[in-house]
Structure formats: C-alpha cells, structure tokens
Write a protein that binds this ligand. Structure first.
Ligand code: ZN
Length: 392
C-alpha cells in the first residue's frame, strides 16, 4: 500500500505541471479550472476560471468542458489537489491538461491578477438548487441569469407565462411594457393577474406578482404604448426581447429597432388552437421581415380579440419563449434562430420549418444607417415614405 507521499509522487510523475508563469501565459487560450472548496473559491480566484470542487469533478466536468482536447489549467491552493485532479481528467480522456504548481496561493503571492468572484447567497443557493445541479447552468450560469435583462413586450397571454418562468428562473431584471388595465376577460389566459387586480394597470399587477414570486428580480415597468418615439430608449440595454405583442405594427417596429441595437427577439404568436415560436437573432439568423416582408391585409389578420384563443395555448407558447430566452442568455443548445416551430394543439403536433435570411430583406440586408424607425398605422401598413428601407 502506498503512503500519501508515494501516491502524490506517482501522480505527479504521471501528469504535466506548469509553474505560475507558464499558467499565466495560457490565460486567454486555456480553460482555467479551480478545484478548491466553495469557501476558498469565494475569497478569490483567477478571473475567468470555472469552479468545480475536487469532490464534484468527475460528475460535472463533462458538462462544463465539453471538448476533451481543450487546453485545461487546473489549480487548487497549493498544487496537490490539482495534481490528483489532472490525473482524473486524463483518465476521463482529456488530452491537454496541466496542473499549476504552487497553486492559487503562489499565484496571488506573486502579484498576479485575481478577483473575488460573485457568489450566490445561502438563500439563492437554496432557491436555485435545481439549476445548480445542472452542470450546464451551475453557479456561473445562475449568476449570469441574475445579471441578465429581459424585456417583455406585453403582460398578456404570452407575456404572463414568459414573465413568471423568467422571474422564477432568477433573471435579474425584467422590463414589462403594457398600456392596458386588467380586465376580467383577460384572466382566462393572462395568469400574471387575478380578480383583486381588475381595473389596475397591468404593469403594476405584473410587478406585484413577479416580486412576490421572486424578490431577486427587479421589475422595470413601462406603462406606455411602444412607438417610434420611445422604442430605442426602452429596448436599450436589454439582452433579449420577448415579443408577446399581437399586432403587426409593433412587430415591425420592434424588428427594426432590435436590428439597430442587435438584441435577439424571441417571437411568439397564437391563433385559435395554433401557436408559433422563433428567434430573430440580428444578423445571425433571419429577421421578422425575412419571414414576413409585408404585413398581410387586415382582413386576413384578425387579432386574438376577434378570433379567440384557447387559454392554455399562450401558456405553452409563452413558456417556450421563456425557454428560448434563457438558452440565449446562457448560450445553451441550439436556439430557434433560422427555424419556426409551429404547435397545433388539436393535432398535438410540433412542426419545425427552416426560415432563411432573405438576401433582399428590406431591413436586415441593408446597412444599419439606412434603417428608419417609423410609425405604422392602425391598418398594419407601413407608411410608404417612411418604410425602413426608404432612403432619400
Ligand atoms: Zn431580414
């Protein structure tokens, strides 16, 4: 049986070590992996490092470092735990792993860059426990959500479920724009509101519900109509826009403004028993005008108020929008950019269609300085002289 010292020597002989200067030279190219305990990590770490305590290494590493050929620099406090961790990673098939001799203590003593990481409070750790268990989210992802800002256009059928799930997930800032008051006929689908709130401003009702659900969330309300005069100011600074509007003028307005600010829009639409979801990611995928260059004639585009909708349907579509928004915020999986997902409730089927960028799109194929933010009239038709592609 080997003593600890013999085991450590054997381990060190089987791995590669670098000194702190050699590790520093790898900053920017390598993934830095801190394997210390949470209380050590919370007092200071190398900026940009990912943190997996030694005891969770085997279970979590493949979710956090998906490329087995990635360059990985492992460190602990002094270089012992990181040596064992490096051996474990090579046994798991990681090919380019080094352990930093001297560890974080030497790194810090030598005056190299470090910072106190943001960490979750004990209450947050408990609240988001099910997220923390997902290696793809983890503490880092949860902190990212808490720092994220999502703007919800409308606190109605789509905005309600989207807002509830985004707030529950801990998206730190939720903007809500809506100019209506709560009406009893809304409650069949707009689950943010309730009987006590009838007659209240919808944004106020939304803020009450969301804050009660999760006090971590800062709800910013805009009790106004979104128009050409305010759209740029309102959307500025948001990471993702969740579009729960039900009219073409607003969709075109938001599309053009989101291109200018390069903010991805999670689109949702509902009609009777059918719903659609997509992501318009500016200049990466198609935009709304690539999908629909011109609004349909008003008689072919009845609103939800005229056509009716089964109340559960916006719950499903709005929840899908919340999921797409979180994927965008965390850079998870494949977004619906370039795809339109259609749900037919009566058939109980989902179908996905490819949507391509239109090389002649009147909005995303032209230089940004030619995009005009214009007002659209009630007939959903753009004013011809002020269309987005109109140039002098
Ligand atoms: Zn386009």
């Amino acid at each position: 049986m080997a003593t600890f010292r013999e085991l450590l020597n054997q381990t060190k002989a089987s791995i590669r070590e670098v000194d702190t200067a050699g590790a520093e030279a790898r900053l920017g190219t390598a993934t830095f992996l801190d394997v210390r305990e949470p209380d050590e990590y919370s007092q200071g770490t190398i900026p940009g490092a990912i943190h997996i305590p030694r005891g969770q290494l085997e279970t979590n590493i493949e979710g956090r470092v998906t490329d087995h050929n990635a360059e990985v620099v492992i460190y602990c406090a002094g270089g012992t735990r990181s040596a064992f961790a490096a051996k474990t990673l090579s046994e798991l098939g990681y090919t380019d792993v080094v352990s930093m001799a001297g560890g974080f203590n030497r790194w810090k003593d030598e005056g190299r860059a470090w910072k106190v990481p943001q960490t979750l409070s004990a209450e947050q750790r408990n609240r988001y426990q099910r997220h923390l268990l997902l290696p793809e989210v983890g503490e880092e992802g949860q902190l990212k959500l808490l720092e994220s800002k999502v703007l919800l256009l409308g606190a109605g059928g789509l905005g309600s479920p989207a807002a509830l799930y985004l707030a529950a997930a801990g998206v730190g800032t939720l903007g809500v724009i809506d100019m209506d008051v709560v009406d009893a006929s809304n409650l069949q689908r707009q689950v943010l509101h309730n009987m006590d709130r009838i007659g209240d401003r919808k944004v106020d009702s939304a803020k009450k519900t969301l804050t009660l659900l999760n006090p971590d969330v800062n709800v910013v309300t805009y009790d106004t109509r979104l128009g050409a005069d305010n759209v740029m100011d309102i959307i500025h600074g948001y990471d993702v826009i969740v579009d729960g509007t039900d009219n073409f003028p607003t969709r075109y307005l938001v599309n053009d403004a989101s291109l200018l600010e390069e903010i991805p829009v999670v689109y949702g639409a509902i009609f009777r028993f059918e719903g659609q979801v997509s992501v318009f990611h500016p200049y990466i995928g198609p935009c709304y005008r690539c999908l629909l260059p011109e609004p349909p004639p008003a008689e072919l585009a009845p609103s939800c108020a005229e056509a009716g909708v089964l109340g559960v349907l916006p719950g499903i579509i709005g929840s899908l929008q919340a999921m797409e928004a979180i994927k965008l915020l965390l850079g998870l999986g494949d977004s619906l950019a370039g795809r339109l997902m259609a749900y037919d409730a009566l058939e109980a089927s989902f179908r996905t269609f490819k949507v391509r960028r239109d090389p002649d799109c009147p909005a995303c194929s032209i230089p940004k300085d030619r995009i005009r933010i214009a007002e659209y009239d009630d007939l959903c038709m753009p004013h011809p002289v002020e269309g987005p592609a109109a140039i002098a």
